[in-house]
Design a protein around this ligand. Sequence first.
Ligand SMILES: [Fe+2]
Ligand SMILES: [Fe+2]
Length: 220
Amino acid sequence: MELLAGLPSPRPLNWQDRLISALDAGLRTVFVPTRATRPTPAAGMEPPELAEADRRGAQALMRVNHVGEICAQALYQSQALFSRSDDARRHFEAAGQEELDHLAWTAERIQQLGGHTSHLAPLWWAGAFAWGSLAGIAGDKWSLGFVVETERQVEAHLAGHLERLPQTDTVSRAIVEQMRQEEAAHADEALARGASLLPAPIPALMRTAAKVMTTVAHRI
Ligand SMILES: [Fe+2]
Ligand SMILES: [Fe+2]
């Protein structure tokens, strides 16, 4: 401590610092394996024996979910970057941090299933970063409203995956169920922070963009 006593205190981060930090986080999201801070919800489970068709089906669904988590990183990073208040920024950063576990869990599951993550990861990240930037520029209450809508759509999407994932793939199912619960909590937290619900055409537009992403990521 005595050694640090004579050093000037670090200056607060300015916008350019935050932009560089968001781009750096983006490169790590796309190109560097993420390490989870919490154990996977499937920890301690016996790895299930899967029929070949089930294994391939689960690979594709978990690849889609991994892409969703790449997008979540880009959205929260860009929304934090453009947030007006420190309170909103801290909220986006904290939620993004929790989403990192989802990113790590889905990547690990894809590997266990012998699959590959999407080849278009940089594209998904960039597209989501653009969406999140627009939401952030619109102002905090709309940006929080964008979180509410996104997380609710993701929650419904994950509920759909729980119907499609093979019953035998208990590991993927445990991960998706935990994610579904946490996405719902993210929506509730954003609502509690004063989110404005988005006007009618925007949720439909977001659903269309998500449909394109999920359809393509299912294959590549
Ligand atoms: Fe997530
Ligand atoms: Fe979330």
